[in-house]
Design a protein around this ligand. Structure first.
Ligand SMILES: [Zn+2]
Length: 304
């Protein structure tokens, strides 16, 4: 598959990025949006991306199609000190099983922030409460793949619980790269109107509805955005970030978090970092986005 299997894909370039911006200390990078899931589920996800080329005319070669251990080595080589295991169900009856796997993965994987997920189904309030009690640091909600309304009444106690516990939820709620029945800013705006303290991390900067999700972040102090795939050459090709909004990115610099979608990315990891760098918002902004904001949110500084 690879022309150069012996050398880490881009580790030296990532190290140079960290040196350029004072991110080469022990704190390293904090990546809130990485995918680890049971092998069979991940194989399905990769099948989906393999098929995406013929379906959409947009080839999506997975750069880091490797065994789990190798993928974890990559993150260590990149200097990623904390990361997540984003996983998500596409139907009822799956989330609790995924959460069991993720709890075990977090236990056996240094640096992994214990990640859980949910789906609007009977019992969801019980297993989300159990997941919080078991030490979940972050949840993933995939509104597009799950094809559910975040305002589904089955989820109402879940949002209340997460707001109260202050456990953030990374939500794929924008309509990119593919729209879903319930994607877009309106359902999230309705949700936040009822739960203004809910710590939502809007995945992918909310692409392509960047402006509407920045509006929500300005309005609600617990709304954050992750950078996953935004600003890259790949994404700029079909969903460019509006240049006029750059100053708002600067102003919200304490609520933007590095996310990448590793390993399911069609370019080397460093490209996401360089895509942030070329926004021209400076080293202090990059240090906040790539380390400081995540460290504060997850209480990581001062821990080994
Ligand atoms: Zn993702």
């Amino acid at each position: 598959m690879s022309d150069q299997p012996e050398t880490p894909v881009g580790a030296a370039e990532v190290a140079r990025f960290r040196e350029r911006h004072g991110l080469d200390g022990p704190g390293g990078l904090i990546d809130v949006h990485t995918h680890f899931m049971p092998e069979r589920v991940l194989a399905k996800v990769w099948e989906y991306f393999d098929a995406a080329g013929p379906l959409t005319g947009m080839a999506w070669p997975i750069t880091y199609r490797e065994e789990e251990g190798q993928r974890l080595d990559r993150l260590r080589e990149f200097g990623v000190r904390a990361f997540t295991s984003m996983l998500y169900p596409h139907k009822a009856g799956m989330a609790e099983w995924l959460n069991g796997w993720a709890a075990d993965f977090a236990r056996r994987t240094p640096g992994c922030l214990h990640t859980s997920t949910f789906f609007p189904e009977p019992g969801v309030d019980r297993y989300v409460r159990e997941a919080v009690e078991a030490g979940t640091r972050v949840f993933k909600a995939h509104v597009q793949v799950g094809a559910y309304d975040p305002n589904d009444e089955l989820l109402e106690p879940v949002w209340g619980l997460l707001a109260e516990a202050g456990v953030p939820v990374v939500m794929h709620c924008g309509s990119g790269p593919a729209p879903g029945k319930h994607t877009g800013p309106e359902p999230v705006a309705r949700l936040l109107a009822r739960h203004p303290r809910l710590p939502v991390i809007v995945a992918h900067m909310g692409m392509p509805e960047y402006t509407d999700f920045l509006d929500l972040a300005e309005r609600y102090g617990e709304v954050r955005l992750d950078t996953t795939m935004a600003f890259t050459d790949f994404t700029e090709g079909f969903s460019p970030f509006p240049r006029a909004e750059l100053s708002r990115l600067a102003a919200l610099g304490d609520r933007i978090l590095l996310g990448t979608d590793f390993p399911n990315i069609p370019y080397p990891y460093v490209h996401q970092l360089e895509a942030l760098e070329r926004l021209g918002l400076g080293s202090a902004w990059l240090r906040a986005v790539c380390h400081g904001n995540g460290a504060r949110l997850f209480g990581l500084d001062g821990t080994p």
